[in-house]
Structure formats: C-alpha cells, structure tokens
Design a protein around this ligand. Structure first.
Ligand SMILES: [Zn+2]
Length: 183
C-alpha cells in the first residue's frame, strides 16, 4: 500500500525549504513565500519527493529523490532532464544529491534504449568514484533524451552526436527544397 499525502498547508517562515512532510499525519507544508517561484513540473517533483519520504520514512534524501524521479519519468517530454534540473534549482540541495540523481536518470534512460545515456554511464563508471563532470542545461537534455518522449529511440549515435530519424528526414526535405529553389 502506498502512503498518500493527506493534506496541504501553506506555511510562512520556512526559509528556503520549498516543502516538508509530517510522517505521522501525512500533511505536507508548502512554503508560501517561495512556492510560486517554481514551475509546475518542479512543484510536482517536490510533492513527489515528500511523498517519497512518506513511503520510506527511514530512507535518505537520495531515496526520496529517486522516488520522485521514478514518479516523474515519462509524465511529459524530457521528464528526466527536467527532474534533474528541478532538483538542481532547489536552494540548499547539494551537488552530490544532483549527481546521484543524474546517474539514476541515466540508468533509467539507458534501460529505455538511449545509447548516449549508456555511453555516459560507462564514462562515469570508468572514473571510479572520482567527481563526475555532470552535463547540465541543454547538454543534459541531449543526453537524457529518451524517457518521456512519446516515441521510442528513433535514431542513431555517431561520435558524440545523436541523430533522430525525424530530424534527418526534415533535413533531407529542407535540402531538397533548397535545391529545387536553386535549379
Ligand atoms: Zn527531503
């Protein structure tokens, strides 16, 4: 049985912490001052993180993060990269938490057949616990491509680049159109 959040309460003076959950009552407190500054996706992610605590009371922050990632994965396009970014932009979240989340996201994406994610995982593994250089922003979005997109991997990897068949198809059309124009 999954533990559900029972109620939401607005709270003042929570500092920078966006939310917290009471493990006995299942009530989630939301930071009235900062909540509105998060995107809808980030808000959902934070709620799922708190739900993660509720379902694993002795678990760590990492466990709650992983729970949230799994709940958010596939809910919309680029959900994995967005999850990593959601965590990253919460004040007070350590880089080590974001790194762990990044690796979890890569594993999920690799399991869905994203070859770039698989390569990235291997690269991290070969660093033997040394600090990883985590891809951020658009780079992370290129790597964490697969999960959450409506279609499966439709493309191939060449060097460090991923070519989707849709993009290639569009490129061919554009080239053909340009050639027709010039002739
Ligand atoms: Zn937490």
């Amino acid at each position: 049985m999954e533990n559900k959040i029972t109620q939401y309460k607005w709270v003042d003076n929570m500092g920078t912490n966006p939310a917290s959950v009471d493990l006995d009552t299942g009530i989630v407190q939301l930071n009235r001052q900062t909540w509105g500054s998060y995107s809808k996706f980030q808000q959902k992610f934070i709620i799922k993180h708190e739900e993660g605590h509720l379902n694993n009371p002795y678990g760590s922050e990492y466990d709650a993060d992983r729970y949230a990632l799994n709940k958010m994965a596939g809910t919309e396009s680029r959900s994995l990269a967005k999850s990593v970014h959601a965590l990253e932009s919460i004040p007070g979240v350590t880089e080590s938490r974001v790194e762990k989340m990044y690796v979890e996201a890569l594993k999920l994406d690799a399991s869905m057949g994203n070859k770039i994610a698989e390569k990235e995982l291997l690269k991290i593994k070969n660093m033997n616990g040394k600090r990883i250089k985590r891809a951020t922003g658009t780079e992370a979005e290129t790597i964490l491509k697969n999960r959450g997109n409506s279609h499966k991997t439709n493309g191939f990897v060449m060097g460090n680049y991923y070519f989707s068949f849709t993009n290639l198809f569009l490129m061919v059309i554009i080239i053909l159109m340009l050639r027709r124009k010039n002739s």
